[in-house]
Write a protein that binds this ligand. Structure first.
Ligand code: SAH
Length: 214
């Protein structure tokens, strides 16, 4: 493997300073070339700790948010994970290095096609994608050990809670679509329902039901 570039080392140091302590998560971020997930005009910012546009009016999250969400999800290498909102595929690539199998749903066809091409080039063969409304989950593949949603909804989609295993963990941004008041929460499925713990104020694009018109 080639030695880690200085701009990647700088980013990793910043993430560590800002609260990413899980070495498996840091290593997955180190091994995921973010420059492959951003468009040409933003290449020089690929390793800055900032969100960037990815087309279709969507954004790839800030690396710190990717790190904190991944860390909060506590993924193990035997786990089956669902991601809602493939987007650029960056968060998927990080998750795929930590779990056994990742299922990812995206509602924009062009974003999905680009992400799938990136997964092929990176030989991430444990990712399966599909076009659809991820707020309904992926019933044929349920239940999941972990679920990550990368778009904000006002409430936890009930289908996702249903498709989570007992004691399973889900991480998602909850809040209004204007992005004025959103919070990342970590949900644990308990025998009587769910336990919700907020951990970070954020600003995400909204979770939208149905598919865009072609
Ligand atoms: N994880 C992505 C973040 C992309 S932004 C990345 O690393 O790049 C959130 C994504 O969620 C967008 O691509 C948006 O199209 C998608 N999205 C929003 N609502 C959705 C839904 N109901 N089903 C599937 N994807 C959805």
């Amino acid at each position: 493997m080639s030695p880690t570039e200085p701009r990647v080392i700088r980013l990793l140091m910043e993430l560590r300073r800002q609260g990413i302590a899980d070495t498996a998560v840091l290593s997955a971020i180190e091994r995921t070339p973010r420059d492959m997930f951003v468009a040409e005009p933003f290449l020089d910012q690929a390793y800055e700790n900032t969100a960037l546009p990815i087309g279709c009016g969507q954004t790839v999250s800030q690396p710190l948010v990717v790190g904190l969400m991944t860390q909060a999800l506590a993924v193990g290498d035997r786990m089956k994970v669902l991601e809602v909102g493939t987007g650029s595929g960056y968060q998927s690539a990080v998750l795929a290095l930590l779990c056994r199998r990742l299922y990812s749903v995206e509602r924009y066809k062009p974003l999905l096609a680009q992400a799938e091409d990136r997964f092929r080039r990176l030989r991430l063969h444990n990712i399966t994608c599909r076009l659809g409304d991820g707020s309904r989950g992926w019933p044929e593949q349920a239940p999941f050990d972990r679920i990550m949603v990368t778009a904000a909804a006002p409430d936890v989609p009930p289908a996702l809670v249903e498709q989570l295993k007992p004691d399973g963990i889900m991480v998602l941004p909850l809040g209004d679509s204007a992005g004025i008041c959103q919070e990342l929460v970590r949900i644990t499925k308990t025998p009587d329902g769910i336990d919700i713990q907020p951990f970070l104020p954020v600003r995400f694009v909204p979770l939208v039901e149905g598919l865009p018109e072609e």
